[in-house]
Design a protein around this ligand. Structure first.
Ligand code: MN
Length: 204
């Protein structure tokens, strides 16, 4: 098959207590797997599209036949978003971004605290399901944005550096309706070195 579920790069309980093991297991093994299975199924008759890296696939949805475009948008987006999400978190991480990423954050947001405020605000104001992002625009300018459902910044030409999944499936078992507590806790497990590598690969 075209796309495969990447193994979680750490144990299910690695992000405790910010994200509980049961949530991680269901989120990765069922939700992310379903996005992969569904995009593969939609592209069964389109091996040319299925051969593209998922970021390329969702960057140009106009190339996807209209009959399967929404399915590809939701599930290709879901696959790309979750792959980035797992890679951006880690056991014993947190803290502040260093190096070039840290400099860029301070240059755009004045301070890391201001970035946190903007990102958390975007996460809280996303009504229903979606994501809050730290992204780069096509000119390489850093910004905070938010998308609905499984839409990716890639779909409008931006580069996602880090995203907070605010679907209830990402936090409901532990936090129930308290999205703000989940959002606050995620900063303890963000792997800023991984985000910094993504920034270095895309900055202009
Ligand atoms: Mn999710």
């Amino acid at each position: 098959m075209a796309y495969t579920l990447p193994p979680l790069p750490y144990a299910f309980d690695a992000l405790e207590p910010s994200i509980d093991a049961r949530t991680m297991e269901i989120h990765h093994d069922r939700h992310h797997k379903a996005y992969v299975d569904n995009v593969n199924k939609a592209l069964e008759a389109h091996p040319d599209l299925a051969a593209l890296p998922v970021e390329k696939l969702i960057a140009d949805l106009e190339k996807v036949p209209e009959a399967i475009r929404t399915v590809v948008r939701n599930n290709g987006g879901g696959h790309a978003n979750h792959t980035l999400f797992w890679e951006s978190l880690g056991k014993g991480k947190g803290g502040e971004p260093a190096g070039h990423l840290g400099e860029a954050v301070r240059s755009v947001f004045t301070s890391f605290e201001n970035l946190k405020t903007a990102l958390s605000d975007a996460a809280m104001k996303r009504f229903g399901s979606g994501w809050a992002w730290l992204s780069l625009d096509p000119k390489g300018k850093m910004l905070v944005e938010s998308t609905a459902n499984q839409d990716s910044p890639i779909m409008h030409g931006n580069v996602p550096l880090f995203g907070i999944d605010v679907w209830e499936h990402a936090y409901y078992l532990k936090y129930q309706n308290k999205r703000a507590d989940y959002v606050a806790a995620i900063y303890d497990v963000i792997d800023w070195d991984a985000v910094g590598k993504r920034f270095a690969a895309h900055k202009k």
